[in-house]
Design a protein around this ligand. Structure first.
Ligand code: GTP
Ligand code: MG
Ligand code: ZN
Length: 301
């Protein structure tokens, strides 16, 4: 049997993958057809995958095998909801980026990413960017709600540099992917953390406040103090892979306390009588916005 060399996928470029080998060579790789046909996802090879390579010609190789994934950031493939798309593999943190405004702070999207982090075995962190801009009135509530759930949350500004040093420390030695809506500042944050990188960023279109999706593919960048960061294209919607209606409540950690105390054992906390979660909500023990997001996600499943 041939000796395969081990590597990690750093980037996807169409049909080609950039792989860094254990000896530090960067190679352009194609994928053996067999690997594609054996894959369960639309993505037989994802950024972050550990792979085995056989040499091809100078500077290139062929991906012969994808090793088992330890973590995966996935979602239902757009337009093919029955198929899982793995956006990145083997990373350890999912950094969920939102801006306080322009585009608007969207906790529904944050919650969806939190669920996918838990599902994929990644540690979530939340970055609230653009704190140099005027804060919306719900900011403090949202900030303290996530904090009290035990989630690390970083207020940052790429304009003033506030919070960037704390982020550097949090990401050191980790493999992290930044995700979030288009225009929230993911690429701008990475530019702050990886000197000399100069990723393309966009000015938000004034008419829609939406951003135009400047980042097109996924790539891992090496942090100067160790670890890797991946940028990702802004997602307007984030589908949830493989969570059913009955399970969703278990992704809302603050509901846990009331587990088994509703009148009905299979209560999903909508209209059921004597629902402990709804009682907690009425008493202010559960934040309204989290419950609203729960209902909206439940509806979408
Ligand atoms: N005021 C302010 N503007 C920022 C900040 N960070 C980024 N921006 C601006 O927001 C716009 C979008 O930033 P990007 O970094 O391109 O956003 P992105 O999340 O990478 O967007 P996509 O690649 O489309 O997903 C740019 O015009 C940035 O200059 C910030 O902290 N404060
Ligand atoms: Mg970007
Ligand atoms: Zn209930």
């Amino acid at each position: 049997m041939t000796e395969f060399e081990k590597g990690v996928v750093l980037a996807t470029r169409g049909r080609l993958f950039e792989v860094i080998t254990e000896s530090g060579n960067k190679l352009k790789c194609e994928v053996r057809r067999k690997v594609k046909s054996e894959a369960e996802a639309t993505t037989p090879v994802a950024v972050g995958d550990d792979v085995l390579l056989s040499p091809s010609h100078e500077g290139s190789a062929i991906i012969e095998k994808v090793l088992e994934r330890r973590t995966a950031f996935s979602r239902p493939a757009v337009g093919q909801e029955k198929i899982k798309q793995v956006i990145a593999a083997n990373l350890d943190k999912l950094a969920i980026v939102s801006s306080i405004t322009s585009p608007k702070l969207k906790t529904g999207l944050i919650d969806r990413f939190l669920i996918s982090a838990q599902k994929g075995n990644l540690k979530p962190v939340i970055i609230i960017n653009k704190i140099d801009l005027p804060k919306p009135k719900e900011f403090e509530t949202v900030f303290s709600a996530y904090k009290s759930l035990g989630i690390e949350i970083f207020p940052t500004s790429c304009e003033t540099g506030e919070g960037i040093e704390d982020l550097k420390i949090a990401m050191r030695g980790h493999k992290t992917i930044l995700v979030g809506h288009s225009g929230v500042g993911k690429s701008s944050i990475i530019n702050q953390l990886v000197p000399g990188l100069d990723l393309k960023t966009a000015t938000i279109s004034k008419s829609t406040n939406r951003g135009k999706q400047t980042t097109a593919h996924i790539e891992l960048f090496e942090l100067p103090s160790g670890g890797f960061l991946a940028d990702s294209p802004g997602l307007k919607v984030m589908g949830i892979w493989d969570v059913n209606k009955a399970e969703l409540q278990y992704y809302y950690r603050e509901f846990e306390k009331y587990n088994g105390t509703c009148r009905f054992k299979d209560c999903v906390h909508i209209h059921e009588p004597d629902c402990a979660v709804k009682q907690a909500l009425a008493k202010g023990e559960i934040e309204n916005f989290r419950y609203e997001n729960y209902l909206a996600i439940l509806e979408s499943l």
